[in-house]
Write a protein that binds this ligand. Structure first.
Ligand code: 13P
Length: 251
């Protein structure tokens, strides 16, 4: 039985004191809850070290929103997997659609980032998803297949057990228009089949596939009750402790 994973992607929000405030509210709100899922927060780089201190002895785990694929060197402005580990990160989000579109990250670059992160023992939340235009052209499955195959090129079956795939339809991100539970379920099942074909049935069965895109307290339960939806990658609704906790409760 796959355990559900609820992750909060803070994106470029919250300075240091705002981060302290949000984490304090989260930890106190979760303290007396019986939590049945894994909970991950992904603050901006500048708050990771402080977040790591504040979540000590809680059920919350730490992730980053991006990483570079070299260990160190002349790469002004970039952060390596080892640096993320040194501030307590266990996870890293790679391939988010905002990185793909705004920062022009290709499947090839995403693949390099995934490999380097896994090599250093980070767990990867690998994001994929189609645009509205692609959905309307009925090429969602083709887009997803290409992102999965190119993103996972030369990644071993053993490594896939340290990965989560997050299906985030681009048209549902930040728009308030979530995929219906059935639309999301259909793509999640398709992704699981791709993993079964590439690796094995047990790898596919064990893989956590999160849904992301306008997940809110009022739609979380319906989405998370689908058989192949194993969690959520939450943007806007994770910036308020109350709504993030409601989504955790739904899981
Ligand atoms: P929203 O929940 O704001 O739609 O963002 C989803 C997302 O991009 C999480 O990575």
């Amino acid at each position: 039985m796959r355990k559900k994973v609820i992750a909060g992607n803070w994106k470029m929000n919250n300075d240091l004191s705002e981060s302290q405030n949000l984490i304090t509210r989260l930890t106190s709100g979760l303290a007396n809850l019986k939590i049945n899922c894994d909970v991950i927060i992904c603050p901006p780089y500048t708050s990771l070290s402080e977040a790591n201190t504040l979540i000590k002895n809680t059920a919350i785990k730490l992730g980053a929103q991006n990483v570079y694929y070299e260990d160190n060197g002349a790469y002004t402005g970039e952060i390596s997997p080892l640096m993320l580990k040194s501030v307590g990160c266990e996870y890293v989000i790679i391939g988010h659609s905002e990185r793909r579109t705004i920062f022009k990250e290709s499947n090839e670059m995403i693949n390099k980032k995934i490999k380097k992160s896994l090599e250093h023992g980070l767990k990867v939340i690998f994001c994929i998803g189609e645009t509205l235009e692609e959905r309307e052209k009925n090429i969602t499955n083709d887009v997803i297949r290409k992102q999965v195959m190119e993103g996972l090129q030369d990644i071993s079956e053993k490594d896939i057990s340290n990965m989560i795939i997050a299906y985030e339809p681009v048209w549902a991100i930040g728009t308030g228009r979530n995929a219906t539970p059935q639309q999301a379920q259909d793509v999640h099942l398709f992704i699981r089949k791709l993993i079964e074909d590439k690796y094995s049935m047990s790898s596919a069965d064990n893989l956590t596939i999160q849904y992301g895109g306008s997940v809110k307290p009022d739609n979380a339960k319906d989405l998370l009750s689908q058989p192949d939806i194993d969690g959520a990658l939450v943007g806007g609704a994770c910036l308020k402790a109350e709504s993030f906790i409601e989504i955790i409760k739904a899981a």
